[in-house]
Design a protein. Structure first.
Length: 448
């Protein structure tokens, strides 16, 4: 497996909707790589990035952050990237109709944040009306495009929930209810991945032959989506936390709290597959030279301590990348080769630090270019890690699950004897209901 596989463009829907060959339908072994699963992954990536960028843009606009215009540009580019995905299925005209509906609501999101900042109630109402129009128009478009496979009422409800999540995060942030804001943020992340599953399911049901009669909601596809969700949310929170730590923002501790919930969700995932010992190993590796190193890097940068900056970057791109890559290789029994895992984790950490460095230097355009590259990378990591796990335990993802999990040598194999179907269903809601276990109160960092 070469590194470029981790970064393979997920917008290649021309390949996804190529004429059916019957190859996938004939396969008996479960796999994360099917035309239908790839379609779902495309929507997972684009819709969740839209959500993360929408919240980021609104917060930065309200705060008067100099990076806000570039955040808005990244949000707009995300919308433009959706058009070819839609056009590859419904033709050029369908793609244009989609963009004509989608693009104005991005502008309305930014307009609403600015109106709140300015105390302009009339502008707030106008922006809200534009968002309401988007919900109605996009629901009608999706229902018509899918031939009713995605009912208009259901589409409208899902879209309205998404828009409500975005606005609630922002409104709670403005009210300085930071705990509420980040609870809502986590719930919204879960919701948008559910929307991707619903949209891809409707498209595949409408055009089964174009997707080789595969399905987007198999156990293997669910695993891939869940790992992508956890990874994508981690990336969004990591970059946000580092910026806020550097700026000394009042919600810094609460972003770190949200990262702790993400860590707990990842730990639960590894525990459910490999047992409690592996879950504990994961948590130690993930926290010591990763989550903590990110916070230390933000602090060192704020303090202009270049020696510690370099040490913390080395902890991320070298120590953590090697330790975690080897952990993944061992856990998957080599189905995810160590060299590929290390290379992928190194590239992930490089995009995190590049995004931060460019933000600090005032190169906001470059920062968001790195952000988008790093966000896309998480889809590839979800695909390849999910693929390794499915290859390792094919019986667990055959959609006719046995009840026992083989001992993998990671320790405490008996605790891993949980039916993965249960985990796959529950892990999608871990982020919103993980029990809010840990709240790391960290001292805010300020530029000197």
């Amino acid at each position: 497996m070469k590194m470029k596989k981790w970064l393979a463009p997920v917008l290649g829907l021309v390949l996804i909707v190529s004429p059916a060959t019957g190859a996938y339908a004939a396969e008996t072994a479960p796999t994360v790589n099917t035309p239908a699963s790839d379609l779902r992954a495309t929507f997972d990536y684009l819709l969740s990035e839209h959500y993360a960028l929408a919240v980021d843009t609104m917060i930065k606009t309200y705060d008067g952050n100099k990076a806000a215009p570039e955040a808005a540009k990244a949000l707009d580019q995300n919308a433009k990237d959706m058009e070819p995905a839609i056009a590859s299925i419904y033709g050029e005209e369908g793609g244009k109709q989609f963009e004509a509906i989608f693009a104005p609501h991005n502008a309305a999101t930014d307009d609403y944040a600015q109106a709140v900042k300015d105390g302009d109630k009339a502008a707030q109402d106008a922006a809200t009306k534009e968002v309401d129009k988007f919900v109605n128009d996009m629901a009608a478009f999706l229902s018509t495009a899918t031939g009713g496979k995605l009912p208009e009422a259901g589409a409208k409800q899902a879209l309205a929930e998404h828009e409500a999540d975005v606005q609630q995060v922002f409104d709670q942030y403005v009210a300085k209810d930071y705990e509420g804001a980040y609870k809502t943020y986590l719930a919204g992340f879960e919701q948008i991945f559910g929307a991707g599953k619903a949209i891809s399911g409707a498209i595949v049901a409408q055009n089964p032959d174009k997707f080789d009669n595969t399905k987007p909601d198999t156990a293997a596809a669910d695993l891939r989506s869940t790992l992508t969700m956890l990874g994508s949310e981690h990336f969004a929170l990591a970059t946000l936390s580092m910026e806020k730590g550097y700026d000394g923002d009042p919600d810094y501790d609460y972003v770190n709290w949200a990262q702790d919930q993400n860590t707990a969700a990842f730990k639960a995932a590894f525990t459910s597959i490999y047992g409690a010992d592996a879950g504990n190993q994961f948590e130690k590796l993930w926290t010591t030279n990763h989550i903590n190193a990110q916070a230390d890097l933000a602090a060192a940068t704020a303090a202009k301590n270049t020696d510690n900056e370099q040490k913390d970057k080395t902890r991320l791109t070298n120590t953590f990348a090697n330790d975690f890559g080897n952990f993944l290789a061992t856990a998957t029994d080599g189905n995810l080769p160590a060299k590929d895992a290390i290379a992928a984790v190194t590239q992930h950490e490089t995009t995190v630090t590049d995004t931060f460095d460019k933000y600090v230097s005032g190169d906001y355009s470059g920062s968001y270019a790195s952000y988008r590259e790093g966000y896309k990378l998480m889809s590839g990591i979800g695909e390849n890690l999910g693929g390794a796990i499915v290859t390792q335990f094919p019986d667990k993802f055959s959609d006719t699950m046995p009840t026992s999990m083989p001992n993998t040598g990671m320790g405490d194999g008996e605790q891993a004897n949980n039916n993965l179907a249960i985990w796959i269903s529950l892990s999608a809601i871990i982020l919103a209901g993980a029990g809010f276990i840990i709240f790391r109160q960290q001292k805010k960092q300020h530029r000197q």
